[in-house]
Design a protein around this ligand. Structure first.
Ligand SMILES: Cc1cc2nc3c(=O)[nH]c(=O)nc-3n(C[C@H](O)[C@H](O)[C@H](O)COP(=O)(O)OP(=O)(O)OC[C@H]3O[C@@H](n4cnc5c(N)ncnc54)[C@H](O)[C@@H]3O)c2cc1C
Length: 539
């Protein structure tokens, strides 16, 4: 541990400790950050508001929750022993298994002793004279650190919908992003699910099997591809393990989304109708996110995109028996892939069950929640339990909840009032020595997040070690570097079809949130070549 760590009294009548680094959050980002900082001999304290590690996988315990990047790739690469020894049971591991993995990592690398659970970071204030941050936590204590790392997660601030009467509902209300730790049994209940994004799409088939009746309230139909989940054989695991160094390198350096896969060399319109259909059929049968990788222009060219969207709409019509329900489930207001594409297990087929009803709340908006029903413009739907699959205030929501004050007392919320501004998604001008892992302006949610997390953690660690070794006190991006990066992120986004969707990438799911395309769409490989410039641009 570094000499910086010490104990002293403070004006809050609580003990103040001093660390090299305070890390906020103990998901995959915060855990790996702690491991790397320790490796540099730096003292670090991690604060986590939950009672355990795992972040996303600690909070999202809803039925059907699982990853949508295959587990052999949605896993840490920093320890070869870990990746050689951990056995993923399925192609897409379910939430309990991913949480078990997070706990295994915490134990294996002995992380818990530097993580304070059940503690929220409420405030971080920069002291310009000392070049340090004062960090105040929900237990009323204030600690000092030279650096603060926000590992607060892109999808960690569950969005509660503002629906009249919700507080009067008599039954249980669950949010998918804040699910209870004990098992929830829907047997014999009339359940209403509000929201049909990824969490809704994953949970609906499982809830439908238990509930006496399930009513799904859909505002926007979403594209979803079958997961084709299956147990992984030892042979499949070994095939990956044998090639892990190469697979991980290619995912990091050559892939746009950080997922190792074949790179398409043709556009959708380069093939004739039959050939194209055969390729889509093959990907549909294989299942998973690689569906969008069949051609190289699906995210760029509307006519090309339409061919894939039409194919999926056709599949929905084939699967869903009732033509009216099928029509409602067919997305028609955004290009396929411009919202995060969902991966499901029997989602569309679930609407063939006699105990499942789909209600279109775009044309019949929810007016009010009654004690035992959901009232829409077209009638009341009796429900005894409500599941809110209403997503997150993505990318900025958890950061905005912390009162962060940088130079001249400016708050980060003031600076980001018209949308987040960062250099490389890593730092924001006016907030020296404050790093964000997978912040807005980095590939983050458009990528295999563990690839992006590892890259940011490695970069931040190297940067802090560099500063320490040269005796530098503070660093921040230059204004013109940030301005150029913000403009670049925006420009690249607008060369694609992504901004055409009202998506959470744009902040469109949160009333009043500025609508700016937040993640960097240039790809993880291209992005990786950018960070060395950061060093030049920092002072
Ligand atoms: C259901 C679901 C499925 C997903 N599947 C995939 C997938 O297949 N592939 C993929 O790449 N990504 C997926 N993601 C994205 C996922 O969020 C990331 O992959 C990854 O888990 C993020 O890790 P993280 O550590 O950055 O953030 P998180 O896991 O969100 O952890 C952040 C932690 O910070 C804590 N925190 C926040 N604010 C504070 C505060 N003020 N004080 C103290 N603690 C705080 C939170 O409690 C949380 O535990 C999925 C997300 C969801 C919701």
């Amino acid at each position: 541990m570094s000499a910086l760590q010490s104990l002293a009294g403070n004006s809050h009548a609580a003990t103040t400790a001093t660390y090299d680094v305070v890390v906020v959050g103990a998901g995959f980002a915060g855990m790996y950050m702690l491991h790397r900082l320790r490796g540099q001999g730096l003292s670090a304290r991690v604060y986590e508001q939950g009672s355990g590690v795992g972040g996303t996988w600690y909070w999202n315990r809803y039925p059907g929750a699982r990853c949508d990047v295959e587990s052999m790739q949605y896993s840490y690469s920093f320890s070869d022993e870990l990746q050689q020894q951990w056995d993923w049971s399925e192609r897409y591991a379910p939430q309990p298994e991913i949480l078990k993995y997070a706990n295994h990592v915490a134990d294996r690398f002995n992380l818990r002793s530097d993580i304070q659970f059940n503690t929220r970071v409420d405030q971080a204030v920069f002291d310009e004279r000392e070049n340090t941050w004062s960090v105040t936590t929900s237990d009323g204590k204030t600690v000092t650190a030279k650096y603060v790392v926000l590992a607060t997660g892109c999808l960690s601030n569950a969005r509660m919908p503002d629906i009249k009467g919700l507080e009067n509902f008599k039954g249980n209300v669950y949010h998918t992003g804040h699910w209870p730790h004990e098992a929830v049994d829907f047997t014999g209940q009339r359940v209403g699910v509000i929201g049909t994004g990824s969490s809704g799409i994953q949970s609906v088939p499982v809830i439908a099997e238990q509930a006496s009746h399930l009513t799904v309230f859909q505002r926007t139909a979403n594209f979803s591809i079958p997961a084709r989940n299956a147990p992984l054989t030892e042979q499949e695991r070994q095939a990956f393990r044998a090639r892990y160094p190469e697979i991980r390198r290619i995912a990091r350096e050559e892939m746009k989304n950080g997922i190792f896969q074949e790179v398409p060399d043709r556009g959708a319109l380069d093939d004739g109708g039959n050939e194209r259909r055969a390729k889509y059929e093959a990907r549909w049968s294989r299942g998973g996110l690689t569906f969008m990788g069949v051609y190289n222009n699906l995210a760029l060219d509307k006519a090309a995109n339409d061919t894939a969207a039409d194919f999926v709409r056709g599949k929905i019509a084939e699967i869903v028996s009732d033509p009216q329900t099928a029509k409602l489930l067919q997305p028609n207001n955004h290009p396929i892939g411009s919202k995060r594409i969902c991966i499901d297990s029997d989602y569309f087929a679930t609407f063939n069950r006699p105990n499942v009803t789909l209600i279109d709340i775009k044309s019949n908006p929810i007016e009010e929640i009654l004690p035992n029903a959901v009232r829409t413009a077209s009638g009341d739907y009796e429900v005894g339990t409500l599941v809110l699959a209403t997503g997150f205030d993505a990318m900025t929501g958890s950061v905005a909840k912390i009162d962060i004050r940088g130079r001249n007392g400016q708050t980060l919320n003031e600076k980001w009032a018209e949308g987040p501004k960062t250099y490389l998604g890593l730092m924001s001008v006016g907030f020296p020595n404050l790093f964000i892992i997978t912040g807005p302006g980095s590939p983050s949610v458009l990528s295999n997040m563990i690839v992006s997390i590892e890259q940011h953690v490695d970069w931040i660690t190297d940067c802090i070690a560099y500063m320490r070794d040269r005796g530098f006190g503070a660093m921040e991006a230059k204004q013109d570097a940030e301005d150029r990066w913000v403009a670049h992120v925006n420009e690249v986004a607008h060369t694609t079809l992504y901004p055409q969707a009202n998506s959470w990438y744009m902040g469109a799911n949160i009333p009043g949130k500025p609508q700016i395309f937040m993640p960097y769409i240039g790809g993880v490989g291209v992005y990786r070549t950018s960070p060395p410039r950061a060093m030049r641009d920092l002072r």
